[in-house]
Ligand binder design. Structure first.
Ligand code: GDP
Length: 369
């Protein structure tokens, strides 16, 4: 593998998303990006540290780390923090959703319910907004990507990992990451990665499929795509301290035997993970819209259209609703038609209410709406 591909191209202090418009789809971006990243995994696996390292911000300035006694009965909390980052005029409104308490309590089987509910609630909100009047200014809070942290000290995926990923893989783009990779040797990382990928396949878990490059892309880009694909699950290291190594200031972890550099592609896949996220932001959004959100809409429809979060509160998933795929598609089409008709009716009503009215005395009056 050619590590030079992933040498951080930017100066220190740059995340790199300023290149997003020309790098990926070469579209100009006026409005900026809205992106929501969720991080899930047992506590202590380095989720907050990694997020802070990724976006060079302290997203959790007032964090409370629970005691073991609190953890026993702890339920999963959902913490969403939003930051606006701007690089060279490109704005990113980034929301990071953390899930403290995941896998902590004695009974872990229920720990992913709040996570699922959160994802569904964002879909529901979007669905409501989309069918409302103010369609142009919808804030997209749907979860576009979920980094799932895998414990490096296990022998692969644990039952909880499998159960969680299977419960959400049709709702969100899962990107598996192997946490704290500095605790493993190079060979151990390779073996564990292979084992995890085998398990993902054996259990039928659908992780985010990194798209194939277009054949007309340049060779460097194709090579980068290949390397990103091969790196899954990304073996990451996070650190909040800056250390001086041979005159260079690096983000890293200092051990008695040396320094692990977070942004050194020889040491871990951090830069690959960040490159994947930045260069695939738009694709992650598209898959969220076209696959996961559409799944939700179809499911919602099959359940007779639910008020916020109904589907997440125990309604059966679409697979068990007894409808065939074709029937579901028909229902979906019908729903779209109905929405269009409603929209037309609303537009008509709006136009009527704005139309100047000729008063009996000949004055023209306009309604304010
Ligand atoms: P979270 O509970 O998953 O958010 O984990 P934290 O980010 O709070 O990290 C828990 C502990 O692990 C802290 O002491 C971190 O300094 C340490 N840590 C975080 N990332 C890494 C890593 O990549 N490698 C190692 N060895 N330790 C890490």
């Amino acid at each position: 593998m050619d590590a030079r591909q992933f040498v951080n191209p930017e100066q220190a202090g740059y995340v790199g998303f300023a290149n997003l418009p020309n790098q990926v789809h070469r579209k100009s971006v006026k409005k900026g990006f809205e992106f929501t990243l969720m991080v899930v995994g047992e506590s202590g696996l380095g989720k907050s540290t990694l997020v802070n390292s990724l976006f060079l911000t302290d997203l959790y300035p007032e964090r409370h780390i629970p005691l073991a006694s609190e953890k026993i009965t702890q339920t999963v909390k959902i913490d969403a923090s939003t930051v606006e980052i701007e690089e060279r005029g490109v704005k990113l409104r980034l929301t990071v959703v953390d899930t403290p308490g995941f896998g902590d309590s004695l009974n872990s089987t229920d720990c992913f319910k709040p996570v699922i509910r959160y994802i569904d609630e964002q879909f529901e909100r979007y669905l409501q907004d989309e069918s409302g009047l103010n369609r142009r200014h919808i804030i997209d809070n749907r979860v576009h990507c979920c980094f799932y942290f895998i414990n490096p000290s296990g022998h692969g995926l644990k039952p909880l990992d499998v159960a969680f990923m299977k419960a959400v893989h049709h709702k969100v783009n899962i990107v598996p990451v192997l946490a704290k990779a500095d605790t493993l040797t190079k060979l151990e990382v390779q073996n564990l990665k292979r084992r995890i990928m085998d398990q993902i396949e054996d259990y039928g878990i659908k992780i985010y499929p990194l798209p194939d490059c277009d054949s007309d892309e340049d060779e460097d880009y194709k090579e980068q795509c290949r390397q990103l694909k091969n790196a899954v699950p990304f073996a990451v290291v996070g650190a909040n301290s800056i250390i001086e190594v041979k005159g260079r200031k690096v983000r890293g972890r200092m051990y008695p035997w040396g320094v692990v550099e977070v942004e050194n592609p020889e040491h871990c896949d951090f830069i690959k993970l960040r490159t994947m996220l930045i260069t695939h932001m738009q694709d992650l959004q598209e898959v969220t819209q076209e696959t996961h959100y559409e799944n939700y809409r179809a499911e919602n429809l099959a359940n007779g259209g639910s008020p916020a979060g109904k589907a997440s509160r125990g309604a059966p998933p679409s697979q068990s609703d007894g409808l065939s795929q074709r029937e579901r598609e028909l229902l979906q089409k019908e729903d779209e038609l109905r929405k269009m008709q409603e929209k037309l009716a609303r537009m008509q009503a709006e136009m009527d209410s704005k139309r100047p009215e000729v008063q009996p005395n000949g004055n023209i009056k306009t309604h304010n709406v």
